[in-house]
Design a protein around this ligand. Structure first.
Ligand code: SF4
Length: 443
């Protein structure tokens, strides 16, 4: 069959990623001050990669000889396609709905896929799509339905197929590379792809986090040999040396992580890696393995420096001093850390966020990200917020603006605090000295 995978985005001047935030997506709209505008531009031109679940779907369909194309805008001629698959997200929601309505005028069967449509199918169905709920790569694994069978599918398809992640096809990167070269310039100027070594996260912060909605709370591990083969192929075919591991918590299973790192080290692949993990799962020994395998950048969630604020949102972290110790060690051995903080958690206040900002400056990691707490439809915590949402557009759920009535902050407070947090952090003399020292010694 001829299939189109459509991945549409609104026309904005900031970076949108549908892969991040458990596939709901993030939109790096940091604000309108001079400093945040510059930051927005830098990130927009530095990072771009497609949602990994969509690349996996491309791979599944290609592996059973369907002809499949990837596009970010609707092609003029839709005649060649037997059906269309559209990615879903919260950050491009209204744009996706408009695209579905337009495609329906051409009488096309449209499947909407991804974590957002899994938890929020109604508007996609109303617009005319059939929604696939659950991991779409499982649904399209060995896909062989006839046109008639496709037409007879219900509008809401609960995917009940359970396939071991080690039995899935290789992701369809060759189809993406025909259209554009994914990048992550904080790792390097060469092509960059997102990849995973595991799926699922059992931690208690699922209360507000969307990752478990996409992947479940049960940990599933990918065979290190399969990962190595993917990397070898991507390096050989497209010269990819930058890899962004999109596991919710990369080092969650220490044994599996060390096995994978050892394989990468032994294969002498000379690749550069970015991971996201929880500081609880890192110690000096593991840090040294990560360094040796080529990890250059680690994202860690700190969320808040105030124990009570963290506890209230069911976030379990290490003691503040321990976190600083671990981050210092990682940076000392040459791994850059992006520490991520959240403004406006349910019990956060101006005073507690000021403590978080002081703490961030004390941590002084190579990068810091300040985002705004966002209650996502589908997460358990959303029930407490659904009547307090202050915006009508899901595309406003960027993670950088307040979308609900917060007891301690107005929307304006959040905008001002956010801009000032970025300015104070990146113009702090302590951070600037570290930055120029790094540049000077080319660390
Ligand atoms: S550790 Fe918490 S925040 Fe991170 S992916 Fe797991 S549930 Fe989400």
């Amino acid at each position: 069959m001829n299939i189109l995978l459509l991945d549409v985005y609104p026309d904005v001047d900031y970076r949108i990623s549908k892969d991040q935030n458990g596939g709901y997506g993030t939109a790096n709209n940091y604000g309108k001050t001079i400093f945040t505008t510059l930051l927005k531009k830098l990130v927009n031109k530095s990072i771009d990669f497609p949602p990994l679940y969509s690349v996996q779907v491309l791979g599944e369909l290609k592996s059973v000889n369907h002809v499949i194309e990837y596009a970010k805008i609707i092609p003029k001629n839709l005649d060649p396609y037997d059906f269309i698959i559209i990615t879903s997200s919260i950050v491009c929601h209204e744009t996706e709905i408009e695209a579905i309505k337009l495609l329906k005028k051409f009488n096309k069967t449209i499947f909407a896929i991804g974590p957002f449509v899994t938890s929020n199918p109604e508007k996609y169905i109303d617009a005319g799509a059939k929604v696939i709920r659950g991991e779409p790569e499982m649904f399209f694994h060995k896909f062989n339905l006839s046109k008639k069978e496709i037409d007879n599918l219900p509008n809401s398809i609960e995917n009940l197929k359970v396939i071991d992640i080690n039995d899935l096809a290789d992701p369809g990167w060759e189809i993406i590379f025909k259209k554009y070269t994914p990048k992550h310039k904080f790792l390097g100027n060469e092509p960059a792809v997102n990849i995973n070594a595991s799926r699922g996260c059992p931690y208690s912060c699922f209360n507000y986090c969307v990752y478990p909605l996409q992947q479940g709370r049960k940990l599933r591990l990918k065979d290190p040999e399969k990962i190595l083969n993917e990397i070898r192929n991507l390096k050989k075919k497209f010269g990819v040396i930058n890899y962004i591991f999109r596991d919710p918590v990369f080092s969650i299973d220490r044994k599996h992580t060390i096995k994978l790192l050892n394989k990468i080290i032994e294969a002498n692949l000379e690749i550069k890696i970015c991971i996201e993990t929880h500081l609880k799962n890192i110690d000096d020994e593991l840090a040294n393995y990560l360094k040796e395998a080529g990890v250059k950048l680690i994202y860690v969630g700190i969320e808040s420096a105030v124990e009570g604020v963290r506890k209230d949102s069911k976030r379990h972290s290490e003691a503040n001093d321990k976190q600083i110790e671990k981050i210092n060690y990682l940076e000392k051995i040459g791994i850059k850390v992006k520490a991520m903080y959240i403004l406006g958690l349910p019990t956060d206040s101006k005073e507690s966020f000021s403590k978080t900002l002081d703490y961030a400056q004390k941590v002084n990691s190579s990068y810091a990200q300040f985002s705004v707490f966002t209650p996502y439809p589908g997460t358990p915590i959303y029930k407490d917020y659904k009547d307090k949402i202050t915006t009508k557009k899901f595309e406003d759920f960027t993670q950088w603006q307040l979308v609900f009535d917060h007891p301690n902050f107005s929307k304006k407070d959040i905008d001002n605090i956010m801009s000032s947090a970025y300015r104070k952090y990146y113009l702090n003399p302590k951070w600037l000295i570290k930055y120029f020292k790094d540049k000077l010694f080319l660390k």
